[in-house]
Each structure stands twice: as C-alpha cells, then as structure tokens.
Design a protein around this ligand. Structure first.
Ligand code: MTE
Ligand code: MO
Length: 464
C-alpha cells in the first residue's frame, strides 16, 4: 500500500493539552484499530517535544482515504500529506527517487528484502544486488545461523519463483529427461545435512593492496541444516548416458556483467566426479523451513566443502554433458590469479580454506580481569577441524577445546577458558588446523580478485 507522511501543526487556540476531552477524542480517532476501520494503517506517530508538530506515518490505498480519515485533525490545525517511500525503497532505487521503485512480477521487491535483512541485523554491503554479512559476534551461539541472519550474496535481481509451477529440468546426456515438480522432489528420499557456506570473497577487504569486488569483512559465512535429495539419486533416476561427465547448473537469475553485451545467467559447473566426492544435495529446506526467496526458493544446490559460489540458488535446470561448463561465473570469475616469479598463474576456487574466527571477545571489547572464555568457530573444506590454537598478546599457542560433534562440512565451535591477569590491551589470535594437516597462514597470499583470505584472525580487545 502507498505510504504517506502526515504533518499536523496544531494551532495555539486548539492546544490539545488544555482541552482534555478534545485530546482524548483525537487519541481515540488516531488509535490503530479505529484507523484500520477507516482503511488507514498507522505505522508510527510522534510529537516533537516542546513543539506543536505531530508526525504520522501511515499507509492507505490512496490519498483520498487518508484525507477523509484526517478530517478531525484539520479541525485542530493544519494538515500536510506527503507521499513517501521507505528509506529502504529510496536506497534500493539508487537515490532520492520521486516515484516508488517499479516492482516487476518475476523478481522480489528489493526494498522489502533489504529492510528485512537490515532489521535482522545483517550488515548491508549493497542493496542492488542485495549483499549483507552476518556480524562476527553473531557467528557462535545457536547450533546453526537463524535464517534471517544468514549472510546474503546475490549477483542479480532475486527471482520470485512460484513453488507450484516450478519444475527442475534435467536434460542432455540422460536416458530420460526429467521435469520434476516440488511435490515429486519431496516424495524422494530426504537427507538432512549441516553445512557451512562461505563466500569465496569473505575477508576480501583485509587484503592489501585493495582488490576490486564486494568489500566483505569476515561475516560472509554461516551454517544451516539443509534438507533435500541427493543429487546422485536424481541423476540416477534420469539415467546417465555413456560419455556423461560434466554438469551445468542453471539458476533462474540473470543480468548484465562487465565485458558482455547480452545478459548472462548465473551458471556453474561440476564434474560428475566432484558431485560424487562432495555428495551434493538439492535442498528445499533450510533449518526446517522452506528456503526463503533470498536463499534460493524453491530449490538450491548445496555442495559441501566448496566455497558457496558452487551452491547455485533458484536452480531450474541441470544439463548433463561431456564438456566442462564455460559460463561466466565458472570461467571468468572465481579463479585465484597470481603473478609468481614473473609468470601469470591461475587456479580455480573450489574447496574452502581452513579458517578460525573469534566471535568473543569482539573487536574493541572491554573484558574484566579474571576468568574469561575466548570463543569462536572454525571450518575447512578439506576435512574436519582437528585443532584450534589461541595466542594472547603474542604469547605461545594454546590448544582450545573443540565443542560438540566433529563434522566434516560444518563449522566447529571452540573455546578456551583463560585467566586475564593484566590490565591493558589484549590481542587475541586463533588458528585452525584440519584433519589433513592444513593450517592457516599468518597472511594469506594476495590474489587479483581477492578470494580465499584465510589469514589468522586477530582481535584487539582490552582488559579493565
Ligand atoms: N543463482 C545464484 N546462485 C548463487 C549466487 C547467485 O548470485 N545466484 N551467488 C552464489 C554465491 S557467490 C554465494 S557466496 C552463495 C550465497 O548464498 P546465500 O545468499 O544463501 O548465503 O550463493 C551462491 N549461489
Ligand atoms: Mo560468494
């Protein structure tokens, strides 16, 4: 519904506080239930202290309905009605738009989506496309990240797909091309996995020199319990034909990218071998709820252990071929690019690097002397976490306790209880090691597009 801001300047003669009956009558009139009976939804109201200015924020189907409702206010002063948009709508339309943003039927209303994300506490990096990270102190806590606080990474407008008309098509080198409805997918054997997703650009803003791309801090990572069907089960239903070795996964989203005239789709590829190794799933539920539109409703790929770019959202098509996928986000982005010894080298971004983050203490936090718990999360795409070590003020590494089950593709919580004796600055560092013996470098190797930054996390706190 259209939004309006109303200014009401009370005239001195009609000063309400001096006329309790009139004041009470207007209070009743402006009550939310009464406003609703007039077709007006009041979102907020306030009087600037010491002034005669009342501000109302309200929605109504049109201005005439609102004006009719405001008649009693006019009798007590001057009324100005101004068409308005939410701040989120203003930002998402790219500036002080005079008109509300056009919302096309097949994409999600960005203003609403970004308002929800900001209210859930995500730190918004960009509105269009909508990108936001989880705050680092929020990372440890619940077993999984609540859906509203799970970081968001999008490249294009967010498709608004209908669950009833949705079909997943599987074609190419298969015996029986399929077009599966959500009902058919729900009827297949379901699997549930706890999997950590991390954006390959997580920590990019900490690379020096600065690299282009979304300037993520450290919160482009979250963990959820995903439920869906094993990708291999679905492929076996379709029946793989001789020579089938590569898969392309197509998302419903598309848009314009640098260096290409025509819009490109969000597409990624995996070899059949990679599908088998990772035991990828086609997920429809996230933490026990259907995927939200932002996280890929109604179906997304989840590739355990890989940087999350592989986990294609709004998945509408799988094509089975004998050719590796050469789509834009496969071939041109998501490569480490270095110049080493005068030679250009590149390697594809695949498994997540081993990494620990400190969630407590937070950056700049003040701690009391005495016993304290240093806490955080740690994960790796190459194996379960085997140990996390913590160093205080540059002192020796001390092994932290790993909390909860060892999980292969989900983060592990850890904690170290320690005694803080001295007042003053406290630098906390944490370093994870996984079962394959991989550990974190002091400083991750710089690469042109800023991927895979797993430098040791360091937090500056203070003991009071
Ligand atoms: N269709 C589609 N899938 C996508 C993306 C996208 O833009 N479109 N972004 C990818 C990237 S780079 C990341 S990090 C994850 C983010 O998933 P999330 O938004 O659910 O956290 O989705 C991946 N899958
Ligand atoms: Mo990403």
């Amino acid at each position: 519904m259209p939004l309006f801001i109303v200014h009401h300047h009370r005239s001195h003669e009609a000063f309400l506080a001096r006329d309790a009956v009139k004041g009470a009558t207007l209070l009743n009139h402006l009550s939310r239930p009464n406003a609703a009976r007039h077709g007006v939804l009041i979102k907020g109201e306030a009087v600037a202290q010491g002034s005669h200015l009342l501000v109302l924020i309200a929605e109504a189907a049109d201005e005439a309905i609102l004006q009719a409702f405001l008649v009693p206010l006019r009798e007590a002063g001057d009324v100005d009605v101004m068409p308005a948009v939410t701040f989120a709508a203003m930002v998402s339309s790219g500036g002080c738009a005079e008109h509300p943003v056009d919302v096309s039927a097949d994409t999600l209303d960005l203003a609403d989506a970004c308002q929800d994300a900001a209210e859930a506490g995500l730190l918004i990096h960009s509105v269009n496309p909508l990108n936001g990270e989880t705050s680092v102190p929020d990372l440890a806590g619940g077993a999984v990240m609540p859906n509203g606080r799970f970081y968001l990474r999008n490249h294009f407008d967010i498709p608004a797909l209908g669950g009833d008309t949705y079909r997943l098509s599987i074609g190419g080198l298969v015996e029986r091309p399929l077009a599966l409805s959500m009902r058919e997918l729900h009827n297949l054997h379901a699997e549930t996995r706890v999997v950590t997703l991390e954006c390959a650009g997580n920590g990019r803003s900490l690379f020096d020199p600065v690299v282009p791309g979304e300037a993520w801090g450290l919160g482009a990572v979250s963990t959820a319990e995903w439920t869906g069907v094993r990708l291999m089960d679905v492929l076996e239903r379709a029946g793989l034909r001789a020579g089938a070795s590569e898969l392309t996964f197509r998302g419903a989203d598309s848009g314009v990218v640098d260096g290409h005239d025509a819009p490109v789709r969000f597409e990624r590829g995996l070899s059949l071998e990679q599908v088998r190794e990772t035991d990828a799933i086609l997920a429809y539920d996230m933490n026990g709820e259907p995927l939200s539109p932002l996280h890929g409703y109604p179906l997304r790929l989840i590739v355990p252990g890989w940087y999350a770019v592989a986990s294609v959202k709004w998945l509408t098509e799988i094509s089975v071929t004998d050719q590796a996928c050469d789509a834009y986000y496969q071939a041109e982005k998501y490569w480490y690019e270095w110049t080493r010894n005068g030679h250009d080298e590149r390697a594809q971004v695949k498994l997540m690097n081993v990494r620990a983050l400190i969630s407590s203490p937070g950056e700049g936090e003040s701690l009391s002397r005495g016993d304290t718990a240093i806490r955080g999360v740690a994960w790796s795409g190459t194996g379960a976490i085997s140990r996390v070590d913590v160093s205080l003020n540059g002192g020796p590494w001390r092994e932290a306790r790993l909390v909860g089950e060892r999980r292969h593709s989900a983060w592990q919580w850890w904690e170290l209880i320690t005694r803080l004796e001295e007042i003053g600055p406290l630098t906390v560092r944490a370093r994870a090691t996984d079962m394959t013996g991989r550990t974190q470098p002091e400083r991750a190797e710089w690469n042109r597009l800023g991927y895979g930054n797993n430098s040791i996390h360091s937090v500056a706190a203070r003991v009071l």
